[in-house]
Ligand binder design. Structure first.
Ligand SMILES: *[C@@H]1O[C@H](CO)[C@@H](O)[C@H](O)[C@H]1NC(C)=O
Ligand SMILES: *[C@@H]1O[C@H](CO)[C@@H](O)[C@H](O)[C@H]1NC(C)=O
Length: 690
């Protein structure tokens, strides 16, 4: 500013008086400053602003004849923390780079000014990039900055964002963000993401968050975070339709959509619809969510939806139905059919309900069906009840010997692996055997440079396959109990105890099972090295006798050296010993454990194999159908004394969400849901009668 433009003394006095007042007033979104030619800089006479103890203050004041527009960027505290943060940055060598002191000065003046120069361009999809370009041009015109100076400005603001992220401070970023917008910058994505992150640290900044997120999405590919922030803001303003529109207008490209179309982004919208009772929109959205690959449902979400539908009477037979339902596909009915549809989908998505979700559902049903007569119902302690002639609901303990629900008489079922899944497990195990063998060889090689390899991985696969063939072809009755020999022999000890193997075999045979022990060949000998005790174990004569007896009677299979025995007993459950899968019925005369065969007797947790073998639900299905844990009574002196063995039988009705028909003519579906924390055969039972 030239000397000629210096304002008169009286104006100075006036400004001085005004400044201290306006500077503490809250910031309003800036309006256009029309007469920028009259911008005045008054460095000499600047009033003692508390932020500037060491820094000279510069302020641009925008005036129209007769009117003084002092536009503040924010309240004083926010502005001060911005200044304090920026002060350190503007002189940082990595920010200054080659910019000379003289070049830096005007930029710093701009940065330290609390006034706005230009209005901010609206963020919208159409033509925003052009508008940014215009804004930048205008900004450069107003400030007279060169490209170098502009670059310096960009660096200052970018560094400030990083700094705020590092020290988790929000206020400086609020001001810097407005400066960035004002200067018409098109920053890098990382820059915007950082600001978005910082501004989202405080819930109260919804509007600023919304702006950064929208800005981000207009310029760059949306991210889960940016979408989530925009949706959250819209929902806080009860604008669910726009939020849903934003989500559905995102491109559905393969793979990419799952990045933003997640449960987290949908959930605020679904919650809103459920809260306000717009159940058609809620169901429509639920449809979309289930179609979206990225959404992995949790039980809270199902609890929310089912609870809200129940509370509002949508499941009452002949009651409310979801009108306008033609777009809802299979959901176009109300009453029990609607509930069956959603429960069927839930059974595909979940293994069990959380206690919270169970309570939400229960509360919804009780108040929906009992209406005025609604009452408190504690789903943890209260037993199943008839809430109305149309509804039975509550916690039941399914009869463990008959699999019958005491409240409704429904029979619960067992879900086993399908033929296809059995083949898949079978083949996966062969694959794992080969891979494990490679790992094993690598380890030995690492330990011993001269290791030549003990056969190839193909042989490991072939060995396991031979076992499968052996099971199919062997003479006599099919094996119904496969014993993890090493696991039983070692149980409770650091070395091998054949007495325990014999004990378990005897007990199983007493229970009517045909037994096969799977034993690593290493332990089929009179002496062998035992790592756990770091010495050679010599079997007693009696133990050798047992070992030979098991071999002679064809009750023991030796797993070849360098092959993992786990795969052998696991494979036995999915190999074809007979045409049909073996099954023992509930009412069998011999009082055998009901359920599938063969059972796999082991206490192995199978942590190592879980992931590769099957996805979570199928793994659980497989273990609950086949794995039998055991408990050996300890002995005081003589390990050969008769010891008690307790077996934990396999499930013969599944601990999974399931619907079963009851009643003849007026049949209805009874749903049973396992609940996290409820032991054994306790379930949440829901039966709507038609
Ligand atoms: C379970 O069912 C069996 C067989 O139907 C029956 O004898 C038994 O009493 C039932 N147990 C309970 C606790 O109801
Ligand atoms: C078992 O038998 C079925 C039907 O014959 C066949 O499709 C399947 O491949 C066999 N499974 C194994 C593991 O051999």
């Amino acid at each position: 500013m030239g000397k000629g433009k210096r304002p008169s003394i009286s104006l100075f006095a006036f400004l001085q008086a005004t400044f201290s007042v306006v500077s503490i007033q809250a910031f309003q979104m800036p309006t256009t400053c029309r007469t920028m030619s009259t911008v005045v800089s008054y460095r000499e006479t600047y009033p003692q602003h508390p932020c500037f103890s060491q820094q000279r203050y510069n302020s641009h004041i925008c005036m129209e004849p007769g009117i003084i527009q002092v536009e503040e960027l924010s309240d004083q505290d926010t502005f001060c923390s911005y200044i304090n943060c920026m002060k350190e940055i503007v002189e940082n060598q990595r920010v200054v780079k080659k910019c000379s002191l003289d070049e830096c000065k005007p930029v710093q003046e701009y940065l330290f000014s609390s006034q706005s120069l230009l209005s901010l361009p609206d963020i919208s999809v159409d033509g925003f990039k052009d508008r940014l370009r215009d804004q930048k041009r205008q900004f450069l015109e107003e400030t007279g900055f060169s490209e170098e100076q502009y670059e310096y400005l960009v660096r200052c603001l970018a560094y400030l964002g990083d700094r705020c992220a590092k020290i988790q401070q929000i206020a400086p970023a609020l001001i810097a963000w407005k400066k960035m917008r004002e200067s018409g910058m098109k920053p890098r994505e990382r820059f915007v993401s950082t600001y978005m992150y910082v501004l989202s640290l405080d819930e109260r900044n919804v509007q600023a968050c919304f702006e950064t997120a929208t800005f981000h999405d207009v310029l760059f590919e949306p991210t889960e975070k940016s979408i989530f922030l925009r949706i959250k803001t819209l929902i806080s303003q009860s604008d669910a339709k726009t939020a849903e529109y934003i989500l559905s207008s995102l491109p559905d490209r393969q793979g990419k959509s799952s990045e933003w179309k997640k449960l987290r982004t949908f959930l605020p919208i679904l919650s809103h619809y459920c809260d306000v009772g717009d159940m058609i929109s809620a169901l429509n959205l639920f449809r979309k969510m289930r179609k979206s690959e990225g959404v992995i449902f949790d039980s809270e979400t199902y609890g929310l939806l089912i609870g809200a539908l129940a509370r509002r009477g949508y499941f009452i037979p002949g009651g409310l139905s979801v009108d306008g339902a033609s777009t809802l596909g299979s959901l176009e009915m109300g009453g029990p059919a609607l509930f069956d549809t959603i429960s069927t989908e839930m059974a595909e998505d979940l293994l069990e309900l959380s206690l919270d979700a169970a309570e939400t559902i229960l509360d919804g049903f009780v108040s929906g069906f009992a209406g005025e007569n609604s009452y408190e119902f504690d789903c943890v302690t209260d037993k199943c009840i008839n809430v109305s002639p149309l509804l039975t609901i509550g916690r039941v303990t399914v009869n463990e010997t008959s699999a019958v629900c005491p409240a409704t008489g429904a029979n619960l079922r067992l879900f086993a692996l399908t033929e296809e899944q059995r083949i898949s497990v079978h083949d996966t195990l062969l694959e794992m055997a080969a891979v494990q063998h490679e790992d094993f060889s690598e380890k030995l090689k690492a330990r011993n440079q001269n290791f030549k390899g003990r056969g190839d991985s193909e042989r490991a696969r072939r060995n396991l396959f031979e076992f499968s063939e052996w099971l199919r072809e062997h003479e006599g009755e099919p094996f119904t109990a496969i014993v993890d020999g090493a696991n039983v022999a070692y149980a409770g000890h650091g070395n091998v105890h054949y007495s325990q193997v014999q004990l378990v075999v005897d007990k199983l045979e007493d229970m009517g099972e045909k037994v096969l022990v799977v034993m690593p060949s290493k332990y089929v000998g009179e002496k062998f090295y035992v790592a756990g005790i770091d010495s050679v174990q010599q079997l007693s004569e009696r133990e050798v006798g047992i070992m030979n007896g098991l071999l002679d009677e064809g009750k023991m299979y030796q797993v070849p050296a360098a092959c993992l025995d786990d795969y052998y007993w696991m494979l036995a459950s999915v190999a074809n010993q007979t045409e049909h899968q073996l099954h023992v019925s509930i009412d069998n005369r011999q009082r055998r454990f009901p359920g599938l065969r063969p059972m796999l007797v082991t206490n192995d947790q199978m942590r190592d194999h879980k992931l590769a073998l099957l996805e979570k639900r199928l793994f659980r299905r497989w273990t609950s159908c086949h794995i039998v844990n055991y408990d050996l009574e300890s002995y005081s002196e003589n390990e050969w004394q008769d010891r008690d063995v307790r077996f934990v039988p396999t499930d013969f009705f599944s601990r999974e969400i399931q619907g079963n028909e009851v009643g003849g003519e007026r049949s209805s579906t009874v749903w049973h849901y396992p609940v996290t924390g409820w032991e054994g055969s306790d379930r949440l039972c829901i039966n709507i009668r038609r």
